[in-house]
Design a protein around this ligand. Structure first.
Ligand SMILES: Nc1ncnc2c1ncn2[C@@H]1O[C@H](COP(=O)(O)OP(=O)(O)OP(=O)(O)O)[C@@H](O)[C@H]1O
Ligand SMILES: [Mg+2]
Length: 208
């Protein structure tokens, strides 16, 4: 298993958000998580991705039990994130954004590494353009290339097509599905969810 989560609980201000979520993710599996706004999809994705801690429950990533002391290393080596709002550094170029995870992991990446990642999303020609001049669809493709830096085993995407028009959303969705990576995707888009191997709905604190 790439990821195993057991009995995750999370409460915010006395409201239970997750009430015993368990989930196993096989290598190569693509999982869609749907659910109404406010049900806790982002919270779950952040907990699975080591960005937030659950109140209780256990997570194993690539066979290692997640703890406070190994969270940063597991995150840097195993997980790539894609957010609804892209979260690029606006004044940095597409290439610099793509290589940021390598710098965070204290690697010294070569330009060619970034160019190869940008080529995967069809944006090699935008390498030296600052993120702030890119279109929404282009930004999200840069964010996908960035998520692939450090060659993570698991990609977590939170409504990656939520801010895009239909055409760009379709393009971004297809790139994600064809990455041949293990993927957990939160989406409101039934067409994108239908492209995944496994579909869950998060409702009342649990997944079905
Ligand atoms: N840091 C926080 N502190 C307090 N409450 C929070 C925090 N993060 C999330 N919540 C609350 O937890 C609930 C679930 O939030 P979450 O963002 O996980 O929902 P979601 O399913 O991703 O919704 P959406 O589809 O709108 O993105 C919401 O009621 C939210 O207000
Ligand atoms: Mg959300």
């Amino acid at each position: 298993m790439i990821l195993k989560a057991k009995n995750l609980y999370k409460t915010y201000d006395k409201s239970p958000i997750l009430s015993g979520v368990s989930l196993s993710v096989k290598p190569g599996e693509t999982i869609a998580i749907c659910g109404r706004s406010g049900e806790g999809k982002t919270t779950l994705l952040h907990i699975l991705g080591t960005l937030e801690e659950p109140d209780s429950g256990e997570i194993e990533i690539a066979g290692m039990r997640l703890t406070r002391s190994n969270a940063k290393e597991l995150r840097n080596s195993q997980i790539g994130f894609i957010f609804q709002a892209y979260n690029l550094l606006e004044d940095f170029t597409a290439l610099e954004n793509v290589l940021m995870p390598a710098r965070i992991a204290r690697r010294n990446p070569k330009r060619d590494e970034g160019l190869e990642l940008l080529a995967l999303v069809g944006l090699e020609h935008k390498a030296d353009v600052p993120a702030k001049v890119l279109s929404g669809g282009e930004r999200q493709r840069v964010a996908i290339a960035r998520a692939l830096c450090n060659n993570p085993n698991l990609i977590l995407a939170d409504e990656p097509t939520g801010n895009l028009d239909r055409e760009n959303g379709k393009k971004v969705g297809e790139i994600l599905i064809h990455l041949k990576k293990t993927l957990i995707l939160v989406t409101h888009d039934p067409e994108l969810a239908a492209l995944c191997n496994t579909r869950y709905v998060l409702q009342s604190g649990n997944i079905f």
